[in-house]
Every structure is written in C-alpha cells, then in structure tokens.
Design a protein around this ligand. Structure first.
Ligand code: SF4
Length: 217
C-alpha cells in the first residue's frame, strides 16, 4: 500500500477510535504498537480498543529500571500482548552513548524498530504534536515512505492536559520517574530531569544538538 486515504473525521476522533480504525483497515495481526512506557496512555488506548494488539518495547540495554518495572506492571494490569525487542546479538553494552549517540541509537533503537515492524501494515506510535517543534505537524496517520508502511499516531492531537485527564479518568498508574522531574523518559545515560519551566524534552541528550533518536524522523 503506497497511499492511504484518511477519513476526515479521524482528525477530531478519540484515540481509541483511531486505533479501532487502524484495526479495521489493516487487521489486528498487521498492527504493531511501539511504546516507550513513559506513561500508560498509549498502551491503554491500544489494548482496550484493540484487544490482543502487539505492543513492542525497544529494550536498548540502557532503559531505566523504573521503566522496565512499569512496563511489567502494565503488562499484568492491562493484559498486554507485550514483546520486548532487543538489539542484535553482537551489540553489547559499550561506551557508544558517550562517543557517538547517533550510532548508539541506530543499533539500539532504529535497527530493532525495523525488525519489530517488518512485514506489518501499520505502526502505531505515541508521538504528539506538543512534544516539540519537530513533531508539531504530526498527522493522525500517513504513509511512511522510508519504512514502507502506514504510521498511525492516535495521540497526535492530545495535549498534556488531555493526557492527565485520560490518566485520571482511567486511574492509570504513572512511571515513577515522571513524578521525579522526568516529563520525557528515554535511556538513562541520555536523560536528565528538567527544572520547572524548562522544555519537557530539554532533558533528552542535554548539552547536544540531538533532539530525536531516529525513530520518528
Ligand atoms: S538514547 Fe542514548 S543510550 Fe539510548 S540508544 Fe540513544 S544514544 Fe544510546
């Protein structure tokens, strides 16, 4: 499929309806969700709207222990069909994150993502427009030419208030780090807490020009 027609009503649809639309369009077996487990919203939306949908956590070898714990908590609570995708066997913990973050993200995020989405018709992400300038124009769904499948972003229009309301409505737990100054959570070597008033992604690759790991470019 090289093009896709997105029904106009999806622009204002609830994220669960967007996930259901993707399941109707492609079939559950052709969908994969990638989740960072920074929060519980995306996996709750996906797993309740499309029971049994595959959810992938990219284990970079450098995830915070809190994130690993949170993923397992949600797996049990929401009965997630969770798959953990690891780097290739020859990739072992090293000092690449200190010397070449792009190469480190490539072997620990970009290449494992390629394996996770191989053969799938659509990839569902938690990207939101308010994440930052590079994501401000994120569509609800669009064909990802580089990867050869449709990328669906059910939370694209969700604001931070929408996220908080959703978490409250469904009484979802939080990643413990989010209450300790980490509004954006990646790998521990490349994530620091942010100060009040700072951009919420200011703690990612702090001190460098890097703003994206390569998954959403
Ligand atoms: S975020 Fe940092 S530690 Fe994680 S894969 Fe990228 S460079 Fe490596």
């Amino acid at each position: 499929m090289s093009s896709i027609t997105i029904p106009s009503h999806l622009d204002a649809a609830h994220p669960a309806d967007i996930a259901r639309w993707a399941a109707e369009q492609f079939g559950v077996d052709q969908l994969v969700v990638t989740a960072s487990f920074e929060d519980a919203v995306l996996v709750h939306v996906a797993a309740t709207a499309v029971p049994g949908i595959e959810i992938v956590l990219l284990d970079t070898q450098y995830l915070f222990a809190e994130t690993q714990w949170f993923a397992q908590q949600l797996r049990q609570r929401l009965d997630l069909n969770l798959r953990v995708e690891h780097p290739a066997a020859h990739v072992v913990p090293d000092n690449l994150w200190q010397t070449d973050t792009n190469a480190c993200c490539d072997v620990r995020k970009v290449q494992p993502l390629a394996r996770a989405i191989a053969g799938k018709g659509a990839w569902i992400t938690g990207v939101r427009r308010v994440d930052g300038p590079t994501r401000a124009n994120t569509p609800i769904a669009a064909y990802d030419v580089g990867r050869g499948l449709v990328k669906v972003n059910p939370l694209a229009a969700f604001t931070d208030d929408d996220m908080a309301l959703y978490e409250s409505l469904y009484e979802l737990p939080k990643n413990p780090l989010s209450e300790r100054g980490y509004p954006s959570i990646g790998c521990w070597p490349c994530t620091r807490p942010v100060a009040p008033g700072e951009d919420k992604r200011a703690g990612r690759w702090s001190g460098s020009d890097k703003t994206e790991c390569g998954l959403h470019v």
